[in-house]
Every structure is written in C-alpha cells, then in structure tokens.
Design a protein. Structure first.
Length: 152
C-alpha cells in the first residue's frame, strides 16, 4: 500500500512535511554549508536518519518474530557530502547492540540490518560501511561489515 507524504516550502530555505495518516509533522532546513541556518534536519540528514532507523526497525521486526530479546539498540550515522554534483557520498553506520545475544542471534540480526529497504534504495555509489558493537564483547570482537556500495 503506498504511503503519501506531503510537504510545503515555508520560506527561508525551510520546508514543513507531514505524514497524513498519523498527522505527525516536522520541518527541514538547509544546512549551514548550503546557504541555510542549520536549524533542523536537512533533506540529506534525513537520508542518514532513514538508513539507521530502517536498520533498527527491521532488526526489531526480526527479533519480535524470532523471540530474540532485542532491548535498546542505538545507531549513529555520519553523513559525508561530496560536491560536483553535491550529493551524499558516504554513510558510515555504527549500531550499538544490546548484550546477551547468542552468536546465532547476532548473525541473524546483522544479516537483517544489512538488507533493510533503505539500504537497497541507496545509489550504489554511496559508501555504507556498517559496524556492530556489543557491550558484552571485547572491542576486538566487534563485528565490522564493510558494504562498499549502497545498493545490494
């Protein structure tokens, strides 16, 4: 089922977007490095946000389905911009996983995260290395998966 998102330009390089089904809304603003005031998420910030949120969401779905205790996972994504043309060039992701997961549970959740719909939507030129960190594993055992292209 399609989801319609609406938005309008409100001036000063800002937009207001709404999710009509829920009524949730928020604003975007052009970033400081592109003539804006950086007062909110920029449109390209939302690409980074979407990637991390999608990875956590699909892991949550898999955990719920498979009875895996998922707890509170967190993500951080760094957005690296390129010029000529101006675009997102890289989105390195770090996912901090909950503790107490078995090796099999870790592998299942990592595999699901690496195949989230947003990742599959990204252009192949966008670099998306992903690192999974576990609180109950030594730093040397933190999984690191380098995805060299956005699309899969």
């Amino acid at each position: 089922m399609p989801v319609k998102i609406t938005g309008r330009y409100i001036g000063d390089l800002k937009t207001r977007v709404e999710h009509p089904r829920s009524g949730a809304s928020f604003g975007t603003a052009a970033p400081l490095d592109n003539n804006g005031d950086g007062s909110s998420f920029s449109p390209t910030d939302l690409i980074a946000t979407s990637l991390g949120s999608c990875m956590l969401t699909v892991m949550g779905i898999a955990a719920q389905k498979d009875g895996i205790p998922f707890g509170e996972a967190e993500f951080s994504v760094e957005k690296h911009m390129l010029s000529e043309p101006r675009r997102v060039g890289a989105l390195p992701v770090v996912i901090r996983m909950p503790g107490g997961l078995t090796t099999e549970q870790r592998a299942r959740l990592e595999r699901v995260a690496l195949h989230c719909p947003v990742h599959h939507t990204l252009h192949p030129d966008v670099l998306t290395p992903v690192r999974f960190e576990y609180p109950d594993a030594p730093a040397s055992e933190h999984g690191s998966v380098s995805l060299l292209t956005g699309g899969a």
